[in-house]
Design a protein around this ligand. Structure first.
Ligand SMILES: CC(C)(COP(=O)(O)OP(=O)(O)OC[C@H]1O[C@@H](n2cnc3c(N)ncnc32)[C@H](O)[C@@H]1OP(=O)(O)O)[C@@H](O)C(=O)NCCC(=O)NCCS
Length: 190
């Protein structure tokens, strides 16, 4: 009984929090599409110049910067100087933890931004980009093909997921190291 209550409570909390963040983003003036997940709401000083399409995930500690504070060094000569550009995130995009998106960037639809990336230039649709400055390392299609070869746990109960993962990887750090080495060598699908 407690387990069911606990699961329901956490489901409520999760969806409530996302709804709250979506509401907050829209209230700031961010254009946000449908079916989005926002785990961070760092939209800088011009949120009304940010557009987020449909089915977009923005994970934790992601920052979207529409202005370049570097103009500060000229401010004493030109008090009105500014560099401000919109940011557009098209449909079906995933932005990894702690990524930074700089002014004027368009992230094309069906793209993935890796954790910690600093995106300085627009990303063509269907790309996977990583690093600082972000570079294209593959297409989303190629990334998907890679994932299809591994095990899938989405939709499983937490218990089934745990059992499946422990069966695949083993339960000790030694087994994990061995299997990770097999994975690097291409002799294991996970
Ligand atoms: C980008 C990502 C999706 C993997 O893409 P991938 O196509 O499988 O990338 P690979 O693992 O094949 O790596 C390709 C290259 O990119 C590099 N790379 C991968 N992820 C990177 C990252 N986040 N930052 C910097 N470099 C990265 C690899 O080292 C490799 O470099 P190399 O070609 O010089 O050897 C994944 O690494 C990532 O960052 N996911 C987001 C994680 C996250 O934020 N999770 C939150 C869950 S809510």
């Amino acid at each position: 009984m407690f387990k069911i209550f606990n699961t329901l409570f956490h489901m409520f909390l999760k969806s409530y929090s996302n709804q709250t963040r979506l509401w907050y983003a829209r209230r700031l003036g961010v254009h946000v599409g449908e079916d989005c997940r926002l785990y961070s709401v760092r939209f800088g000083s011009e949120p009304y110049l940010i557009s987020i399409g449909n089915h977009v995930t923005i994970t934790r500690e992601v920052t979207l910067l529409t202005h370049d504070g570097g103009v500060w060094v000229w401010r004493h000569q030109d008090p009105t100087i500014d560099y401000i550009r919109p940011i557009v995130i098209e449909d079906n995009v995933f932005i990894g933890v702690q990524a930074i998106i700089l002014p004027g960037v368009v992230i094309g639809r069906d793209s993935i931004v890796g954790a910690g990336a600093i995106v300085t230039k627009s990303v063509p649709p269907g790309s996977v980009v990583v690093g600082a400055p972000a570079r294209i390392v593959s297409t989303t299609d190629a990334y998907m093909q890679k994932l299809k070869q591994g095990i899938s746990t989405k939709g499983m109960s937490p218990q089934d997921k745990r059992e499946t993962l422990l069966r695949t990887w083993g339960s000790t750090p030694e087994e994990w190291k061995t299997k990770l080495a097999e994975l690097s060598a291409g002799t294991l699908d996970a």
